[in-house]
Design a protein around this ligand. Structure first.
Ligand code: PGA
Length: 257
């Protein structure tokens, strides 16, 4: 089933007190009318996940994701957190393969494939990120780059496993830069991604995959981006750190109804 999703990637922001205050504000302001059909997810840093999860425990339509996980269940991996540990605190999802993880922590497509497997094995929804850097777009290589990222990290999955995955297209040149892909650029890549999923699996699986756009998505441009038929919502960085901005982006998803 294809879901409409707005997910907030808080990155390395918010202490426990700040995080709890933000989710409480979100929970209070996000009325069913504003939320509509949107599935809303927040992805806080690891150390605040338990508190965020418990403050959303009752009366909330907000799900919680981690921003990363390790591919192994346990062991001598100093500083890492496994998918099994995230499941144990009742996280719902995990962002995998974000471009900042690829760039700063040298995650390869193979690492990301293993993390996707770990997430699925632990019944966490993997929010798999892909996207090209500016030089790749300028050189006209963006389609190939995205295809390779998806092939090497997702196409080993069975149909059943693939159907658990949410894909986020995030052009690296648009992340945190204030420069957004145009609605046309986003639609072009989203349609391309859906096309390669249909080729690998089938049209039904492709039609059922949620494909989110990320990269300087803001209250002012969200509606135009989400209006595209292959854009099923957004993965939001900077604008997810303020309740009113994030809620305005959630509300923009009403363009789908
Ligand atoms: P941004 O980040 O909205 O701040 O550009 C998006 C992301 O990195 O997921």
């Amino acid at each position: 089933m294809r879901y409409f999703i707005v997910a907030g990637n808080w990155k390395m922001n918010k202490t426990v007190d700040e995080a709890v205050a933000l989710v409480e504000e979100l929970n209070q302001k996000l009325t069913p009318e504003l939320q509509g059909e949107a599935n809303v997810i927040v992805a806080p840093p690891y150390v605040v996940l338990p508190q965020v999860i418990s403050s959303l425990w009752e009366n909330s339509n907000i799900s919680v994701a981690a921003q990363n996980c390790h591919q192994n269940e346990s062991g001598a991996y100093t500083g890492e957190v496994s998918a099994q540990m995230l499941k144990a605190i009742e996280a719902d999802a995990v962002i995998i393969g974000h471009s900042e993880r690829r760039e700063y922590f040298k995650e390869s497509n193979a690492d990301i494939a293993a993390k996707v497997d770990a997430a699925i094995a632990n019944e966490l929804v993997p929010i798999f990120c892909c996207g090209e850097v500016l030089e790749e777009r300028k050189a006209g290589e963006h389609f190939n780059v995205i295809k390779t990222q998806i092939e090497e990290s997702l196409f080993h999955l069975t149909e059943g496993a693939f159907s658990k995955v949410v894909v986020a297209y995030e052009p690296v040149w648009a992340i945190g830069t204030g420069e957004t892909a145009t609605p046309e650029q986003a639609q072009e890549i989203h349609a391309f991604i859906r096309g390669i999923i249909a080729e690998q699996y089938n049209q039904q699986i492709a039609d059922d995959t949620s494909i989110l756009y990320g990269g300087s998505c803001k209250p002012g441009n969200a509606k135009d981006l989400f209006a595209n038929p292959d854009v099923d919502g957004g993965l939001i960085g900077g604008a997810s750190l303020k309740a009113d901005d994030f809620i305005a982006i959630v509300e923009a998803l009403k363009v789908k109804s």
